[in-house]
Design a protein around this ligand. Structure first.
Ligand code: FES
Length: 167
């Protein structure tokens, strides 16, 4: 390649370089926006499906135990509405029971029933919940534990739904 040809090549590259960069930038932005649009549109049916699934599962009725099988002050682990949802039934008095999903609302550590203090405790960061309504007593959890609705029929206790905590 002689010097003149080399000079011409450099000149032609310089002339196009700015425009190529500009086009590349525009192309990048356009393709990014297109991809975002595609992801948004394709995720909409999944969101609707998961919402429906959640609402359906909350209406499931599940037998937990017979009344009286649990002593006052004791707790019984179960899962509800799915096997991946650990829950705890607690008999707080002769006639009263409470049940909660026991995934801590902070970082999902399993909460346990602390019989001596009468609270639900999370061992990970010392979170404590009120057994009466699942509300936060202390620690970092941002909201109450979801409480599980109970139904009593023929001396049997059933889980019938979940109330998401508002406080
Ligand atoms: S995970 Fe329960 S307090 Fe942090």
């Amino acid at each position: 390649m002689n010097r003149f040809e080399k000079f011409l090549r450099q000149l032609s590259f310089n002339v196009k370089r700015d425009r190529e960069l500009d086009l590349n930038r525009r192309g990048f932005i356009a393709s990014t926006l297109s991809l975002m649009g595609i992801f948004f549109i394709s995720s909409t049916p999944l969101l609707a499906f998961s919402k429906n699934k959640k609402e359906e599962s909350h209406e499931t009725e599940l037998f937990i135990t017979k009344e009286g099988e649990l002593a006052v002050g004791e707790s019984l682990p179960f899962t509800y509405p799915d096997d991946n949802d650990p829950a705890l039934l607690i008999r707080i008095s002769e006639k009263e029971y409470r049940a909660y999903n026991i995934k801590c609302t902070h970082l999902m550590c399993p909460v346990y029933w602390e019989k001596d203090s009468g609270r639900l405790a999370c061992p990970c960061h010392n979170g404590f919940f009120n057994v009466e309504d699942g509300s936060v007593l202390a620690g970092p959890p941002p909201r109450a534990l979801p409480s599980i609705k109970l139904k009593f029929k023929n001396n049997k206790i059933y889980a019938t739904g979940i109330s998401q905590a508002q406080h």
